[in-house]
Design a protein around this ligand. Structure first.
Ligand code: NAD
Length: 421
């Protein structure tokens, strides 16, 4: 198919399903099993009545989609945003199943969302939304059922409210019902940096294959939130040359290298990159097309599409965000020989340390930061090797290899469990 006719980009669920279908066909999966794995186990829709600060009552719509429990309890984030849709949550829930299987951790996939605009809500309103949402889905979550975590516009405070609401209903403290909690409530050391660190570990492995040196590797990071800022800081400290960073307000580009510590201090103070003078100003989409070796999209979905994939100059794409590349763009990048470390591998560091947090909560025994980081490295390196070897063996790109490896692992579990014989 030519680039010109690939204009229709896909929703998050459609993107997941398109990749899933290619991988399932290559695996020659039985049609019944393939349909089963493509479909979520359970979709919960709740309507949450919340008293607002001005005394009015408002109803918010929320979702929790549980895609699979084949390999263990469901695991997945909870996002708050005005444009959340069930379709998006459904797609992200399935991606969590594949991500946990790629990392080979004992979870299935889930995702949750509430349609709301957190920038227009007070802390009290957010707390009441969170507690009521938790109460509505209470029967379906818990350490052995489904373990939520933070995602867009939710954080450790949100997780603390969920943990408290869940514990009140259980009549005892249950720290393992959510991850991404504050340290004082059973959170894990290293969780905040985990996704960015995981991105760097997979990038390091790619560098070894290319015989590149960190010092000569020019990096552009899109997004300066949890994932982007941590990845930029860790990579800068490790010797990579960060030449571009952006957030929603725009970007900064400097061929000579950006002083990342100054940049992060500025963002910490001003809550935006706007006005930082450590380089030339540049648009947040334009930055994706600049000359560099490694591009790390860590902001939001569908930023690399059929419209700009042929302009990407990087030879290595490390997907920190979920679904930053659409399937039509995949084909273009593949044709152009870009080495892609797909989201379900590159950003699996977050869910891996969430898994460590869940393990520590259940044991009531907490690890040192070194233990967390070393164990994270073991898992990320082994996942990277597994995906790349799978791709070479089956002659497919890394994204399809990651899906194939994941689907293979989930299908194998279902087979031995006897759900599918
Ligand atoms: P965040 O809200 O902390 O930060 C998002 C950043 O992206 C901000 O700097 C924001 O200004 C910027 N941004 C938003 N829209 C943008 C746009 N259109 N163009 C450019 N910049 C834009 O979010 P986060 O936790 O860092 O997550 C970022 C991505 O990584 C999301 O896709 C998320 O699902 C994914 N992810 C996060 C984690 C995690 O542990 N936080 C784990 C796995 C995947």
């Amino acid at each position: 198919m030519s680039i010109e006719v690939k204009e229709k980009e896909l929703s998050v669920y459609e993107s997941m399903a398109a990749r899933y279908d290619v991988a399932a066909r290559k695996l020659e999966l039985d049609e019944g099993l393939s349909n089963y794995l493509r479909t979520p186990n359970r979709e919960i829709i709740v309507h949450i009545p919340v008293e607002m600060d001005d005394g009015t009552l408002r109803v918010f719509d929320g979702f929790r989609v549980q895609h699979s429990i084949a390999r263990g309890p469901c695991k997945g984030g909870l996002r708050y945003a005005p444009n959340v849709t069930l379709d998006e949550i459904r797609g992200l829930a399935a991606e969590m199943t594949w991500k946990c299987a790629v990392a080979n951790i004992p979870f299935g996939g889930a995702k949750g969302g509430v349609i709301c605009d957190p920038s227009k809500l007070s802390q009290g309103e957010l707390e009441r939304i969170t507690r009521r949402y938790t109460a509505e889905i209470l029967d379906y979550i818990g350490p052995d059922r489904d373990v939520p975590a933070p995602d867009m516009n939710t954080n450790d405070q949100t997780m603390a409210w969920i943990m408290d609401t869940f514990s009140m209903h259980m009549r005892h403290t249950v720290t393992g019902c959510v991850t991404g909690k504050p340290l004082a409530l059973g959170g894990s050391l290293g969780r905040r940096e985990a996704t960015g660190r995981g991105c760097m570990i997979t990038a390091d492995e790619a560098l070894k294959r290319f015989r590149w040196q960190r010092e000569n590797t020019r990096v552009i990071v899109q997004g300066c939130g949890n994932v982007g800022s941590q990845a930029a800081r860790l990579m800068h400290d490790a010797g990579y040359k960060i030449i571009g960073v952006s957030d929603i307000s725009g970007g900064v580009f400097n061929k000579a290298g950006i002083n990342v510590l100054n940049l992060l201090e500025y963002v910490g103070q001003h809550k935006t990159l706007k006005g930082f003078d450590g380089g030339d100003s540049i648009g947040t989409q334009e930055i994706l097309e600049q000359e560099c070796d490694l591009l790390l999209p860590a902001a939001t979905e569908s930023v690399i599409t059929s419209k700009n994939a042929h302009k990407v100059k990087a030879k290595l794409l490390v997907e920190g965000a979920n679904s930053p590349t659409t399937p039509p763009a995949d084909d273009i990048l593949f044709e152009r020989g870009v080495f892609v470390i797909p989201d379900i591998l590159a950003n699996a560091g977050g869910v891996t340390v969430s898994y460590f947090e869940w393990v520590q909560d259940r044991q009531g025994y907490f690890w040192t930061e070194n233990m967390v980081n070393n164990r994270l490295k073991d898992i990320m390196v082994s996942a990277f090797d597994g995906v790349v070897a799978y791709g070479e063996k089956h002659n497919v790109n890394n994204r399809i290899a990651a899906y194939m490896l994941a689907i293979d692992r989930v299908a194998a579990c279902l087979k031995v469990r006897g759900i599918y014989a």
